[in-house]
Design a protein around this ligand. Structure first.
Ligand code: F6P
Length: 319
């Protein structure tokens, strides 16, 4: 391939810049022209792109966000939009495309591949909710940010003998909640994969209180929500003053951790290697510590489960 494109799509995630850098530098080393497509599939439909060189991706490996900006593109959900994108690709000479994003973005990449533009997906989302891969770019940074924030909340919860109910992101998945919950020593973790049981939360708080504990952290995944109502119920039923905090988009920003920079660099490299061999319609993944790739449609059908043994450990050691 002589020219490839790279775009970021869906919610941004720390480490996306490291992936862009890796894609650009690997492609340039192969003598390819590398075009950075702006604002996800919108840029592909509108022809909004910039040529990347070795220096234009300097000083971004350490930065959160995405230098190519990102968006969720409604128009690309219809084949008419995908067709428009193909025409832009043909005009710009783009023979292959790297799409950094989540499942929704991969569906689009599959559609574009099916009409003749080979695409390779790289999993980029803080949620770690992409079934084909053990790891998604941004996940580690988001968890560490959430952990730091809850550590701060703990200081004030401790000073006031309060219960803090903290909602973390994760869309419909409980990965951020589970790991952050363990890392902050939460009394209870509510995840969407398990039916919420507020009585169990209260029972746990009472048990710890009987053992002398005076402040409590409850981590609630976004997929459960209702942090305010949960805090109110805890206060009503236990008499412990309670407060809710929704961490929100703070979890999507910040400098990527080592893990996110390294995995993003590996995945970007692997994606371009595939395109260089003329292979498209693939998703790059990390499986058992190795970088591999899967057919996009097969990847989208895969299922992933929250590690229940970790959930048990979290609750068995929190008192
Ligand atoms: O997928 C990443 C994520 O941050 C989810 O955890 C959250 O549900 C969603 O994106 C929020 O999206 P938006 O960018 O539309 O606020």
């Amino acid at each position: 391939m002589k020219t490839i494109g790279v775009l970021t799509s869906g919610g941004d995630a720390p480490g996306m810049n490291a992936a862009i850098r890796s894609v650009a530098r690997t492609g340039l080393q192969y003598g390819m022209k590398v075009l950075g497509v702006m604002r996800g599939y919108n840029g592909l439909i509108n022809g909004d792109m910039i040529e990347l060189n070795m220096r234009s991706v300097s000083d971004i490996i350490n930065r959160g966000g995405t230098m190519l900006y990102t968006a969720r593109c409604k128009e690309f959900k219809d084949m008419a939009g995908v067709q428009k994108a193909k025409e832009t690709c043909l005009k710009a000479g783009i023979e292959g495309l790297v799409v950094i994003g989540g499942d929704g973005s991969f569906r689009g990449a599959g559609d574009l591949s099916s009409i003749g533009i080979p695409c390779v997906g790289i999993p980029g989302t803080i949620d770690n909710d992409i079934a084909c891969t053990d790891y998604t770019i941004g996940y580690d940074t988001a968890m560490n940010t959430a952990m730091d924030m809850v550590d701060r909340i703990r200081d004030t919860a401790q000073s006031h003998d309060r219960c803090s109910v903290v909602e973390v992101m994760g869309r419909n998945a409980g990965y951020i909640a589970l790991n952050t919950g363990i890392a902050v020593g939460a009394s209870y973790i509510l995840v969407p994969e398990i039916k919420p049981d507020i009585d169990a939360v209260i029972e746990k708080i009472e048990k710890s209180r009987a053992l002398g504990k005076k402040h409590f952290i409850v981590v609630v995944a976004e997929g459960i929500g209702h942090a305010k109502e949960i805090a109110q119920e805890i206060e009503e039923k236990t008499g412990i003053e309670s407060r809710e905090t929704i961490l929100g988009h703070v979890q999507r920003g910040g400098n990527p951790t080592v893990t996110d920079r390294v995995v993003a660099s590996q995945m970007g490299y692997h994606a371009v290697e595939l395109l260089h061999q003329g292979i498209g319609n693939r998703v790059v993944a990390q499986k058992d510590g190795k970088i591999v790739d899967y057919d996009i449609q097969e990847a989208l059908k895969m299922k992933k489960e929250l590690p229940m043994e970790l959930y048990k450990v979290a609750h068995d050691i929190s008192f």
